[in-house]
Structure formats: structure tokens, C-alpha cells
Write a protein that binds this ligand. Structure first.
Ligand code: XMP
Length: 513
């Protein structure tokens, strides 16, 4: 990325590290996260205008405490330490850190003693968010305290000559009043960055980079119907037009109208080369008799790769494979915490197409999910695609409890479409993280007209969430639930009862399988 206005965040394992980078980028300044132990050469090569040391769960006196290269303090650029980052600065620059008598978690009242630079425009007092067990008992030489709380006499400190600053609280979290102002002061007033990171500039640089990299070669891209792969395709298409071919695989467990929607958007609206493969029979055959959810996932993942590979081989001269890898995936695989469980594994087909020797292009690998949405809008994509609910790779197969058959997939597709239609009609779609129907393997008795029925049950699941990690069930109005239930029972043959799932995650999960 050819930007000169950059802030580097060194990651010491805080759950808020990504948030720091996002908050900086919200100020239109590019920010990247690197593991704490990255080499000084790499940092120099990145050439940031300032460095932020994140928080982290360690104590500086732990035997295995993560320490950065000491050279970062000799680069002549501003450094801001947050929480563990602060203790680290104190420890490495000759101050004293000790266990706090009282651990401080949650809100605290901050009194500002010096509001001349980092804490400018913060007022005299403010509520801040703390989470630490250690505290600074003596600041290093050259530093002065600039704020305190009842429990921390040095809640913020500065060495103005060297432009080193440190905060015991987290300015990046929403609970800290004026936290954004603190980060803005650091980025603009102290590091002297200019706000140049916009989606338009991103599109400009990235399309140029793609053109240079690809030359006259061809690129293939797997389209899943999700936001990331669609935005990837549109961006690459903008760069190289017909040199890109998208491959969309219908695995038989997609939502109603999904294949048509993808085709019409990419083909009719953006005039892309797109190959749509109806492989539903193949997938359903492989899924025959399978009830174990993990087996379903594996079968669908593997079969996807086979189908994709077959189709990609037909595209003569294809040298590159485009993927919608996002920044959080990149950080997870490079961060010192080690790779955490990745749920989207089957879309990462790159490594598996070994004999094709396709090289990877991942133009979104520097973006967060919300930035991908902004990018999609800038590229002229319809909101209908940009703000869609997430849909799992294994699709309806993990929402058909027990064996997947074509008939069951058909029943669930219809019920699911009704749930989404009514949620949209009621104006609830954008407040909900995911809403869908689940086909249960139990039959219950009903009565339709004068006849007794004995048919299946559909569960409606709707959750609110920010990242899918935790979720609460969405309080959908009874009237809307009533309409959904009525319509499903009347319109979907094979269903005579609808129930609503009122479990939160944890201890439940969002999907039923
Ligand atoms: P759970 O059910 O674990 O779901 O609470 C959390 C989020 O992950 C999605 N999910 C998947 N996505 N492949 C995917 O691509 C999968 O196998 C998979 N399983 C769950 C789920 O839809 C929710 O957004």
C-alpha cells in the first residue's frame, strides 16, 4: 500500500488491538497491525509516522512477557503506549511498574493534569475505561504525569521532547468519553499525519497494483454470494475487466433465488464473465445419509474445491486466484497468539489448488468488514448485496437437522424466504445480524380443514450480534412472528408448526448444527 501517512499498531494481545487500528482509519489515516516482535527492519520499511503499543494480558515482569525491539524508541517518531503498552514503556525506559493493590476494571474517573497536547479538548475530567492489574509507580526519566485517577496516580504520562505518550486507559473503546479525541490528538497533532486514507484513494491504488501484477494474464474468482467475494470480484473487474472470470457453484443448499441474484448482479449489472455451475445433484448425492454436522461441512467444503478446480482448469491462461480474505483473517494468522479457529475455511481454496499453481490475489486483505461495505458502495454495488446477513458456507445443509435431501432443501428454502421477506417488510432486516429458518426432524400433529396432518416443524432463528461471537435473540414483535408463522404453515407444504428460538449465544450457538 503506497501511503505515506501511516500509523503502526504493535499487537501485544489485547482484545481491542483491531479496534485501535479501526479508530485510526476512521480518521482517514491508514493503520496496520503487526505482531509485537516484528523486526526493526520491517518497521523501518513500513515507515510509520507514529507507533501505538496495544494493551495485552501480560505483566511486564512475567518471564515470557512480550517485549518489542528496543530500537522502536530510537526511530525518532512518536510512540503511544496503551495499558500494557504503557507499562512496557515505563519498564523499558527505566520507570517502575508494580502490581496494583486494587485491580482496576471498567469505568474510572480521570482527572486531567495537563491538557496541552495528547489530552487536548478533553476537559478537566472524564470517564475512561480501565482494565489493568499493574500500575506505574515511578515514571521513567523525562516523563511527567498528565492525568490521574483515584487508583492510579499516573494514569497518563508524557515525554514531550521525545514525543512518547502513555495511557493506562483504553481510548479506543466506546466507553471512554472523548477517546477518539485522544487518538485524533496523537495522530494529527503529535504524529502530524494528513487524512488521506479514503476509499476512493484505496480503489485508485489497488486497481493500479492489480493491473501491474496481473499484466495480460487471467484471474479466476470463486463467488459465494457473500459480501466479501462479490466486492473482490467487482474491484478486480474494475482493474482488469474481462481478464477476470468468476465461478459460482450452486451446491443445492443455497437460499431461494440466490444463483439468479448473483448472476443478474454480476453479469447484467457489471457485465462480468461469470460461469454458473449447477452442481446441486453432485453435492446432494455426497450428502446422502449424512447426519453429522461436521461431516456435512467437510463434504460440502471438499466438493466445492473439486467443482471449482474442474471449472478453473477450463479457463485457459488462468494464473491467479482471487480471494476475499479480510484483514482480521490476516491478523489472526500472523499474530503471535497463533491462528485461531477459522470458520470460513472452505472458501480459502488457494492452498488446495496445488497442481494448478494459481497465485493468490487478495485485494481486501488490508480491510475490515465495515470498510469492505463502504468500498462496495463506492464501487456502485446495490445495498441489497452490501448489507446482507452472513450466510454460512455449508448453507442450508446445517439448517436441515439430520439428513439433507432435495425435498427438505426445497421446503426449507421456501420457509426461509418467507422469514426474510417478512423481516424486511417489517423494516427489521438491518437491525438483525442473521434471521433464518431451520427445518426440524420431528413431526407433530396438526389440523388443516377437517383433516389431521402429521408434518414437520420449522424453527425461526433471529439474532442480534456485532461479530457473531456472542449473540442475543432478536425481540421480533409478536405481530411479525404471527405473520411469519401463518404464511409458512399456509404456503409451505410439509410444515404444520412454527416455533421461535429464544436462546442466546453463549450457551447456545447461532446455527443449530
Ligand atoms: P455459530 O453457529 O457458531 O455461528 O454461533 C457463528 C457465525 O458463523 C457462521 N457459521 C459458519 N460460516 N461456515 C461458515 O462459513 C460454517 O461452517 C459456519 N458455521 C457457522 C454462522 O452463520 C454465524 O454467522
Amino acid at each position: 500500500m503506497h501511503f505515506t501517512e501511516k500509523i503502526l499498531v504493535l499487537d501485544f494481545g489485547s482484545q481491542y488491538t483491531q479496534l485501535i487500528a479501526r479508530r485510526v482509519r476512521e480518521q482517514k489515516v491508514y493503520s496496520e497491525i503487526l505482531p509485537y516482535n516484528v523486526s526493526l527492519e520491517r518497521i523501518k520499511e513500513f515507515a510509520p509516522k507514529g507507533i501505538i503499543l496495544s494493551g495485552g494480558p501480560s505483566s511486564v515482569y512475567d518471564k515470557k512477557a512480550p517485549l518489542p525491539d528496543k530500537g522502536i524508541f530510537e526511530l525518532g517518531i512518536p510512540v503511544l503506549g496503551i495499558c500494557y503498552g504503557m507499562q512496557l514503556m515505563a519498564y523499558m525506559l527505566g520507570g517502575k511498574v508494580a502490581k496494583a493493590a486494587k485491580r482496576e476494571y471498567g469505568r474510572a474517573e480521570l482527572t486531567i493534569d495537563d491538557n496541552s497536547d495528547l489530552l487536548k479538548k478533553m476537559g478537566a475530567r472524564g470517564i475512561v475505561w480501565m482494565s489493568h492489574g499493574d500500575k506505574i509507580v515511578r515514571q521513567p526519566k523525562g516523563f511527567t504525569p498528565i492525568a490521574h485517577t483515584g487508583n492510579s496516580p499516573i494514569a497518563a504520562m508524557a515525554n514531550k521532547d521525545r514525543k512518547f505518550y502513555a495511557l493506562q486507559f483504553h481510548p479506543e473503546v466506546a466507553h471512554t468519553e472523548n477517546g477518539t479525541k485522544v487518538l485524533k490528538n496523537f495522530v494529527f497533532n503529535i504524529c502530524k499525519c494528513k487524512p488521506e486514507w479514503t476509499m476512493q484513494s484505496f480503489i485508485g491504488t489497488t486497481t493500479k497494483e492489480i493491473r501491474e501484477k496481473v499484466g495480460r494474464d487471467k484471474v479466476v474468482c470463486a463467488i459465494s454470494g457473500g459480501v466479501d467475494s462479490a466486492v473482490t470480484a467487482v474491484l478486480i473487474h474494475k482493474a482488469i475487466g474481462k481478464q477476470l472470470t468468476c465461478i459460482f457453484v450452486d451446491n443445492g443448499v443455497l437460499r431461494k433465488g440466490e444463483a439468479d441474484k448473483v448472476e443478474s448482479t454480476l453479469k447484467k449489472h457489471f457485465h462480468m464473465n461469470i460461469v454458473c455451475v449447477d452442481a446441486s445433484k453432485r453435492f446432494l448425492k455426497k450428502l446422502k445419509g449424512v447426519t453429522d454436522p461436521e461431516k456435512k461441512r467437510k463434504i460440502i467444503g471438499n466438493e466445492f474445491i473439486h467443482v471449482f478446480e474442474e471449472e478453473a482448469k477450463k479457463i485457459k491462461g488462468a494464473k491467479y486466484l482471487a480471494q476475499g480474505t479480510l484483514y482480521p483473517d490476516v491478523i489472526e494468522s500472523t499474530s503471535f497468539k497463533g491462528p485461531s479457529a477459522t470458520i470460513k475455511s472452505h472458501h480459502n481454496v488457494g492452498g488446495l489448488l496445488k497442481d494448478m499453481k494459481l497465485r493468490l490475489i487478495e485485494p481486501l486483505r488490508e480491510l475490515f468488514k465495515d470498510e469492505v461495505r463502504v468500498l462496495g458502495r463506492e464501487l456502485g454495488m446495490a445495498d441489497e448485496i452490501i448489507s446482507r446477513h452472513p450466510f454460512p458456507g455449508p448453507g442450508l445443509a446445517i439448517r436441515i437437522i439430520e439428513e439433507v435431501t432435495q425435498e427438505r432443501a426445497e421446503i426449507l428454502r421456501k420457509a426461509d424466504a418467507i422469514v426474510l421477506e417478512e423481516i424486511k417488510k417489517a423494516g427489521l432486516y438491518h437491525d438483525i445480524w442473521q434471521a433464518f429458518a431451520v427445518l426440524l426432524p420431528i413431526k407433530t400433529v396438526g389440523v388443516m380443514g377437517d383433516e389431521r396432518t402429521y408434518e414437520n416443524v420449522v424453527a425461526v432463528r433471529a439474532v442480534k450480534s456485532v461479530d457473531g461471537m456472542t449473540a442475543d435473540w432478536a425481540k421480533i414483535p409478536y405481530e411479525v412472528l404471527g405473520i411469519i408463522s401463518n404464511r409458512i404453515i399456509n404456503e409451505v407444504k410439509g410444515i404444520n408448526r412454527v416455533v421461535f428460538d429464544i436462546s442466546s449465544k453463549p450457551p447456545s450457538t447461532i446455527e443449530w448444527e
